[in-house]
Design a protein around this ligand. Structure first.
Ligand code: PMV
Length: 320
């Protein structure tokens, strides 16, 4: 009745932004991401008949505010008539700061909860359940370069290129660890309802996905860099033009973008992407990692720099 799972966050190169069904948390658009390696969340789920309510501990602290989402996810995996659960989550990177901790957390949670309940679900079933809790979490069930497609009434997720086939590095510049001013879910709904650019964003996504898919298949760094930066800036433009506007960036975010432009001008193979937060993630060839780490570390306002390779999908660590 107890199981532990581990999952890594993923960073989208072609972004998910907007929902086609907010009740079922289905994305409006497909997306492509890389699953990280060195950053991870370990999730322990114990079903206990002596409990009357679920309990949640995150990095050693009880966090009641996150409990309702965890309870909903456990209900979806195990059914509402399940035993209550003691859930213990540990991440080796800052949570709730735009580093995709919800993706690694919910991917690990569905794997651990299903195993604790004695279930034997396929990876695609687990991905669909993780996606109900956090759209991007569905991608963390898989390793390497991962594509999430809208298919019929649901989603289809899978690896399009293994990590070993193109071992890029991902360098995250953390510019603030303060909680987000607005959740990604609320910001997506504001974009859908009020941004004049939203419909165009949705319309163009298939073109961006197809260019990125081709670039990844051919391991064409320049082509991937160009479409990923374009897609990221387009997503943020949708948010900036919504009412009220959603701006996740700070001064250091922009300073990091300038650094990346300087690196590119010096011939460094690197490009940026930014999610629902002020952190800048720079994807680079492994040989260029030292220059990227040095440049970002010396950028004013950068609090820390985390480096990771591309890794595997969520795994079950043990069941007892
Ligand atoms: O999974 P959510 O609901 O936290 O949304 C994540 C959205 C972005 O990180 C901004 C983009 C993405 O595809 O991961």
């Amino acid at each position: 009745m107890r199981a532990t799972a581990r999952a890594q966050p993923n960073i989208a190169l072609i972004k998910y932004w907007g929902k086609r069904d907010s009740g079922r948390n289905l994305p409006a658009v497909g997306s492509i991401s890389v699953t990280l390696d060195e950053l991870f969340t370990t999730m322990n789920v114990e079903l206990d008949s002596s409990l009357y309510l679920d309990e949640l501990q995150v990095n050693g602290r009880s966090v009641p505010s996150l409990l309702p989402r965890v309870t909903r996810c456990l209900d979806a995996v195990l059914g509402a008539d399940r035993l209550c659960a003691r859930v213990i989550s540990e991440s080796n990177f800052p949570i709730a700061a735009g580093l995709a901790s919800s993706a690694s957390s919910f991917a690990a949670l569905v794997v651990a909860a299903s195993a604790a309940g004695g279930g034997d679900r396929s990876t695609s079933e687990l991905a669909a359940l993780a996606g109900q809790a956090s759209g991007s979490a569905a991608r963390s069930l898989y390793g390497g370069f991962v594509e999430l497609r809208n298919e019929g009434d649901g989603i289809a997720v899978g690896t399009i290129l293994e990590s070993e086939a193109w071992p890029l590095r991902v360098i995250a510049a953390v510019t603030s660890t303060a909680p987000k001013p607005v959740s990604s879910g609320a910001a997506m709904e504001a974009s859908r309802k009020t941004s004049p650019f939203y419909s165009r964003w949705v319309e163009e996504q298939d073109i961006d996905l197809s260019i990125a898919r081709d670039a990844i298949a051919a391991r064409d760094f320049g082509k991937l860099a160009s479409i990923a930066e374009h897609n990221c800036l387009k997503m943020h433009s949708v948010m900036w033009a919504s009412r009220p506007p959603v701006v996740y960036w700070n001064a250091a975010t922009l300073a990091c973008l300038e650094r990346v432009r300087e690196l590119q001008a010096d011939g460094v193979s690197a490009f940026f992407t930014i999610d629902a937060g002020p952190q800048v993630k720079v994807i680079c060839l492994s040989g260029n990692e030292p220059q990227v780490v040095e440049a970002l570390s010396n950028t004013p306002g950068v609090e820390s720099v985390l480096a990771s390779g591309i890794g595997a999908g969520a795994v079950l660590v043990n069941v007892d």
